[in-house]
Design a protein. Structure first.
Length: 299
């Protein structure tokens, strides 16, 4: 049986920052994200990582995305990538991406896929196939990265893994594509489904939705009590992916990083809804509320 994530669990898992710490103490997130179609996804993920304590965040993307990042996120390092199909990241950039020094790879937000073209989907699939297995640290696979992985699984291939731990963050539609089950089947048995595939894939599974489930390969599982329907809009998951990557970079194990990120994401969304309403709040409103939560808990 799963447990419910509590604030005590979160603040026990996320320690205060030592007085003698420096940016190297909190890891480096390499966010491979964004395309001409989805510029905001990359920015939300990068800011989610910055606001959740990562020491350094490098955004690897195409020029239109980086131009937006310069204006909004001066703290973010940039890695320009060659543009490929439909203005996404070309596989030509893989050698350059592999040279980046990072402790955590965030792969997927806004990369584009079949909704743009078969060419875009093929290039995103190549990024997932090539970047994950060669990465020395841990990774978060999200959004179009998950859809690319689903295509690989459908072809009988295995889920690509980094050398460290892997976190996957599907909503029910993405989970359906990954497993071959229907979204209705998944939602009818969310906890068991997440646990089954966490073990099968040797990955922490974050099955998003009302009462998000976090499941580890060793059988641990928890459900999240925070969050509200104001999160039901594009961009919310990009913020969560960045937050999850940051907590991994700060040194939390994958299960704890995922559970804490999910709880804090929902708690910040609850505050945004209280201030702006569930209809009026936007994903970027989560970020300002998140800082207040950290401050109130002396983090």
């Amino acid at each position: 049986m799963s447990t419910e994530i509590t604030s005590e669990f979160v603040w026990h898992s996320i320690p205060p920052r030592p007085r003698d710490s420096h940016k190297g103490s909190f890891g480096t997130v390499l966010a491979v994200a964004g395309s001409a179609y989805y510029r905001g996804a990359a920015l939300l993920a990068a800011e989610g990582a910055l606001r959740t304590g990562a020491g350094i965040v490098t955004l690897a993307s195409v020029e239109p995305v980086l131009a937006a990042a310069v204006a909004r996120l001066p703290e973010c390092c940039l890695c320009p990538c060659v543009a490929g199909a439909e203005g996404g990241i070309s596989p030509e950039s893989i050698p350059q991406l592999q040279r980046q020094k990072a402790t955590v790879l965030l792969l997927g937000p806004g990369l584009g896929g079949t909704a743009q073209s078969t060419g875009r989907a093929a290039e995103t699939r190549t990024l997932v196939q090539k970047l994950l297995p060669g990465f020395a640290g841990s990774a978060v696979l999200d959004a179009d990265g998950l859809n690319a992985a689903a295509q690989l699984l459908a072809e009988g291939k295995t889920l690509p893994h980094p050398a460290g731990e892997l976190i996957v963050t599907p909503h029910p539609g993405e989970m359906a594509r990954l497993t071959g089950l229907s979204a209705a089947q998944i939602n009818a048995d969310r906890e068991n489904t997440a646990c089954q595939y966490a073990e099968k894939w040797n990955a922490v599974v974050v099955l998003k939705g009302c009462r998000t489930v976090v499941a580890a390969p060793d059988g641990r599982a928890c459900v999240n009590p925070t969050g509200n329907p104001g999160l039901a809009r594009g961009g919310s998951g990009d913020v969560l992916a960045g937050m999850t990557a940051a907590l991994l970079a700060c040194g939390l194990p994958a299960y704890e990083a995922a559970a804490c990120a999910v709880y804090l994401h929902g708690a910040a969304a609850d505050r945004a809804a209280a201030a702006l309403g569930e209809y009026g709040m936007l994903p970027h409103d989560i970020l300002s509320q998140l800082g207040r939560i950290f401050a109130e808990n002396h983090r």
